[in-house]
Design a protein around this ligand. Structure first.
Ligand SMILES: Nc1ncnc2c1ncn2[C@@H]1O[C@H](COP(=O)(O)OP(=O)(O)OP(=O)(O)O)[C@@H](O)[C@H]1O
Ligand SMILES: [Mg+2]
Length: 417
């Protein structure tokens, strides 16, 4: 019988730090088909993020404090001691490139060693000194010229080739994330490109096979990850998100940012055409002496152009290189900003593709969690962690840390490649 394990996903976002503690009964690896219903969330914690701008850490002390708060809340709700986490990274510094590796097969049969070697051959490329590889993802193998092979193990052949997608990030951004977690007293098991983790919870394997885009609209950034034939095919991070909507409202209605944020969350909508006649909202609660009533449409007139701008940029990203042609499963939206009324309808109109709001399909008890798009990134990190089989890292299993710590030090020292 499989032992129950605990995994913790820590999403250090521009607006919120979310920690998700999950129990894994049995788990699938990220590359295996089949829905995972065995991940149960047993605790969550959230705190306002301080010291992160547009996905990038700008103040380690402040963000470490936010991380501590979120983790403490998760510890209390789950009743466990959190020592190590899987954390996610985003920001406009993220890049994606393709590479190709070839080896001669000396054995009769291709095995794990040959697969490792050909992936190593593909990753052997020079990166600028200030960049690190976050992920090297094989997207298909070719044996003796026959391509389209997903798993070459067990096959015979003399020439093994692979195509890989390499996701890179700025070395300082990765190191700062690790340092912030360490300052908050946590070990980092792995740093995952955030949308890759979100995709774990919101996408089904079928969608990944057919072609799908995950668009995570957070506070500071909008992360786009495109999947095709089961694998990631393109990523891009836009420096625009929910905070831009809030700023527009604050400037447009001349109210403080905190009031603009509350107003947006309560009454915001991205489409004027969805307004009913006579709807009004009160403004002026954020410190000003006079409280005014304004038509709700004034608020929506401010929000709609920003939403249009956002989806125009998303569309450009998807149309570029003709990606829209294989987006057969359409677009899945996630991230806090998609909680605003009308975002999915506007996305569908503008992108001309089927759009749905991602729900945590890969998580057993997700229905109990409010504001799921806010937690999907954290839950995705937990699910990613489960797949990595490095899960016993919470609740006092010190033995686990020897390997993890050294890998982390290697990462911090720029030896990750
Ligand atoms: N009900 C709501 N209506 C509109 N916007 C909302 C709502 N709830 C949350 N948001 C917005 O979602 C954003 C935060 O989303 P999320 O927690 O996914 O971001 P983050 O992960 O912290 O940021 P990032 O991914 O950019 O680093 C904020 O801009 C917030 O205003
Ligand atoms: Mg986010």
């Amino acid at each position: 019988m499989k032992k129950e394990k605990l995994v913790v996903g820590l999403d250090v976002g521009s607006t919120n730090v979310c920690a998700v503690v999950a129990e894994v009964r049995s788990f699938r690896r990220a590359d295996e088909a089949g829905a995972c219903s065995e991940l149960n969330i047993i605790g969550t914690g959230k705190s306002p993020s301080r010291g992160v701008r547009k996905g990038v850490i700008t103040n380690i002390e402040h963000i470490a404090e936010s991380i501590r708060e979120a983790v403490m809340e998760a510890e209390n709700t789950a009743g466990v001691d959190i020592k190590a986490v899987h954390t996610g990274l985003t920001g406009s510094h993220i890049g994606c490139l393709s590479s190709h590796g070839v080896i001669a097969v000396k054995e009769k049969e291709i095995g794990d060693k040959e697969v490792d070697n050909v992936i190593d051959a593909a990753r052997a490329m020079a990166l600028p000194f200030d960049r690190e590889m976050l992920h090297v993802i094989p997207v298909g193998f070719t044996v003796n010229g026959q391509n389209g092979i997903t798993d070459p193990r067990g096959m015979g052949g003399v020439r093994l080739e692979t195509k890989v997608r390499i996701i890179t990030g700025a070395a300082t951004a990765i190191q700062n994330l690790i340092r912030s977690c360490e300052k908050a007293g946590l070990e980092v098991i792995d740093v995952v490109f955030q949308p890759l983790a979100s995709a774990e919870t919101v996408l089904t394997p079928d969608e990944k096979d057919l072609g799908v885009a995950v668009v995570d609209i957070g506070g500071g950034t909008t992360d786009i990850a495109l999947f095709q034939e089961g694998n990631i095919s393109h990523v891009s991070v836009l420096s625009i998100g929910g905070n831009n909507f809030t700023n527009d409202v604050a400037v447009g209605l001349r109210i403080p940012a905190n009031e603009a944020e509350a107003l947006k969350k309560r009454y915001g909508c991205s489409m004027l055409s969805m307004m009913k006649d006579g709807e009004e909202v009160e403004i002026g609660h954020g410190g000003s002496k006079t409280v005014r009533r304004i038509p709700r449409s004034y608020l929506v007139e401010i929000l709609q152009p920003r939403a249009e701008e956002l989806f125009t940029l998303v569309k450009q990203e998807i149309m570029e290189n003709g990606f829209h042609r294989y987006m057969n499963s359409g677009v899945v939206l996630t991230g806090g900003a998609v909680l605003m009324e009308g975002m999915d309808v506007m996305a569908e109109n503008m992108l001309d593709l089927p759009v749905r709001i991602g729900d945590m399909g890969g998580v057993g008890n997700a229905a109990d969690i409010p504001d799921r798009p806010v937690y999907s990134a954290g839950a995705g990190l937990a699910l990613y962690g489960a797949g990595e089989e490095l899960a016993e890292s919470v609740s006092g299993n010190e033995k686990m840390f020897s390997g993890i710590a050294s890998r982390m030090k290697a990462l911090a020292g720029g030896l990750f490649r």
